[in-house]
Design a protein around this ligand. Structure first.
Ligand code: NA7
Length: 538
């Protein structure tokens, strides 16, 4: 265990979270600016979101050669991913490798859950309190808490009475959970649920999946990487780096420039078929307008629907799985390994809780309006209070005793997703209003961390003590975020966590910036070149 002396310890910078963003932020502030930093991390090890996501089948859906740090040639040369999509354990291994290589752990305080975060105006300092009764203060505070890190377990009547075990996928125990011989139920069929279903089904005695909204999914076609591919990645590091920095979503694949209706039906189907065979998120890049034009999107949706109906033998299940009410990729599109095939197994049962809603849970299982399901284990793959939930949980108070929770009552307000008016010297890595979840996260993280580091350097070089954006700027940025979203189909989708619509009572505001990473980066770079225009420095 890491033991840093603590009581009221003063730092230049406090970073919250030891995932991809916190680790890189620590590295850069220490190496480039020689600042005295501490990372406060709730988990017992590095990993951030991946520290907690250990559920069966947990795997990144960005290809490993893109889901990686690009800031260091050395890391790239020394590390080798083993599969097309990295599994959760391998990602933790990678982040441990990076931490050990740069000796980062000595400045990380593990098991440190932040419970209170207060800006002390007189001292221009942030005071942080942790659950284990320690306090820390620093001039700068950087949140590196991830976008999908506050688990959402829906409040279903009677859950507390359940005598079996239940787990949320985002808070999975470190010890193995065995499904062998158990009767298991799973609520939720988002990206996570779709990964978990085939793995749980392999050993469960009986497995019931409770689906509210059907989800389009494309095969991941995960596989071990060949020697040749690993060599290609090593030798093409610079090219890959250029590609992830220039594509709108930070992935290593290029989105086609062709519009759906530019080609005839035969050609269209041929391209979809190729993309289906190749697998992965690049399916949505088959045509340029899939995500912006409903009639174009319909062709992709229809293609996937047909595929699902071909795979799933049980007609009732096939209909439940394809009874879509949203366009393909209108929600975060999952990719899978044998998800639809799993419904052909004898031990798997699918319940449509849109037509037969869950009524309550009791000691023995789940009651829907029409049925009752005895269960030993319930798996909640029910998603997250995304983008704002974890920031609000930090219990942040800014200038004039303003609580973040109150300031964001009608939805998050930020400038560039990097700063919040009235919360000086606080930077939010991949905060709401930035491209974040619409991109390959490490690419977005590197851009943010580098911008924040440059900004702090500028302040030091110019003897500034305080930086804060304004309400005016955050209102202007909110308009840009909305405009960018409205050019896509994304804001039209019900229950989408991009909008906060998955959490009862949460204000419905489209949170990520959908204009693409290169456009966003240019905006941030211009702000920097114009001496941090839009921020008040003093
Ligand atoms: P998601 O994508 O938010 O999916 C959550 C799933 O849980 C989804 O199928 C929801 O149905 C379902 N859900 C949520 N609340 C309920 C209630 N109250 N009753 C029944 N079903 C419910 O979370 P994931 O963890 O799968 O993915 C999060 C991100 O992690 C993902 O996008 C990747 O970026 C990685 P709904 O669709 O709301 O009807």
């Amino acid at each position: 265990m890491n033991m840093i002396a603590t009581q009221n310890k003063q730092y230049d910078v406090i970073i919250i979270g030891a995932g991809f963003s916190g680790l890189y932020q620590l590295y850069l502030l220490r190496k480039r600016l020689k600042l005295n930093c501490v990372v406060l991390e709730k988990g017992e090890g590095v990993g951030g979101t991946w520290y907690w996501n250990r559920y069966p089948g947990a795997r990144c859906d960005t290809e490993s050669h893109a889901y990686t740090y690009f800031f260091s040639d050395e890391i790239f040369k020394e590390w080798e991913w083993s599969e097309r999509y990295p599994g959760h354990a391998e990602i933790r291994k990678y982040l441990n490798f990076v931490s050990d290589k740069f000796d980062l752990k000595k400045d990380i305080r593990f098991r440190s859950e932040v419970i209170k975060t207060t800006y002390k105006e007189n001292e221009n300092k942030w005071l942080i309190e942790t659950l284990d009764n320690h306090t820390f203060s620093a001039k700068f505070l950087i949140t590196a808490v991830g976008c999908i890190s506050t688990a959402n377990i829906p409040s279903i009547e009677g859950l507390g009475k359940f005598k079996g075990s239940y787990y949320h996928t985002g808070n999975w125990p470190k010890e193995d959970v065995t499904f062998e011989g158990k009767i298991v139920g799973q609520i939720g069929t988002g990206s996570t649920g779709i990964q978990a279903v085939p793995v749980i089904a392999e050993t469960a005695k009986h497995f019931t999946v409770f689906q509210r909204t059907p989800n389009y999914s494309v095969p991941a076609r995960n596989k071990p990487l060949t020697k040749e591919f690993k060599k290609y990645v090593r030798e093409n590091f610079n090219e890959l780096r250029k590609t992830v920095k220039k594509t709108p979503n930070g992935h290593a694949f290029i989105i086609s420039e062709t519009l759906v209706h530019d080609v005839d039906e035969n050609e269209r189907l041929k391209r979809y078929e190729n993309a289906w065979k190749k697998g992965g998120l690049q399916f949505r890049g088959t045509f340029k307008d899939i995500i912006s034009d409903l009639s174009a999107n319909d062709t992709a949706s229809e293609f996937i629907k047909k595929k699902i109906k071909e795979i799933v033998k049980n007609r009732e299940y096939a209909n439940i799985l394809t009874n879509f009410d949203h366009p393909y990729a209108g929600k975060r599109p999952p990719i899978d390994t044998n998800y639809f095939e799993t419904y052909n197994r004898e031990n798997v049962h699918l319940v449509d809780i849109r037509s037969d809603p869950i009524k309550y849970i009791d000691e023995k299982g789940i009651a829907t309006e029409k049925n009752y399901f005895d269960l030993d284990i319930i798996v909640f793959a029910t998603g997250y209070d995304a983008m704002t939930g974890t920031l609000i949980k930090l219990n942040i108070t800014g200038e004039n005793n303003l609580k973040l929770e109150d300031y964001w009552r009608d939805g998050p307000k930020t400038y560039l997703g990097l700063q919040i008016p009235s919360f000086p010297n606080l930077f939010t890595i991949t905060g709401p209003g930035s491209p974040s979840v619409l991109t390959n996260m490490p690419t977005a993280i590197e851009q943010h961390v580098e911008w924040v580091t440059d900004c702090i350097k500028y302040m030091i070089d110019h003897n500034y003590e305080k930086i804060c954006t304004t309400d005016k700027k955050s209102n202007e940025w909110a308009k840009e975020v909305n405009e960018a979203a409205n050019k896509t189909l994304l804001p039209t989708v019900k229950h989408s966590w991009y909008l906060g619509a998955n959490i009862p009572g949460k204000p419905q505001v489209f949170m990520p910036y959908a204009g693409g990473l290169p456009v966003y980066k240019k905006i941030c770079d211009n702000v920097k070149m114009n001496n941090y225009e839009g921020f008040v420095l003093s």
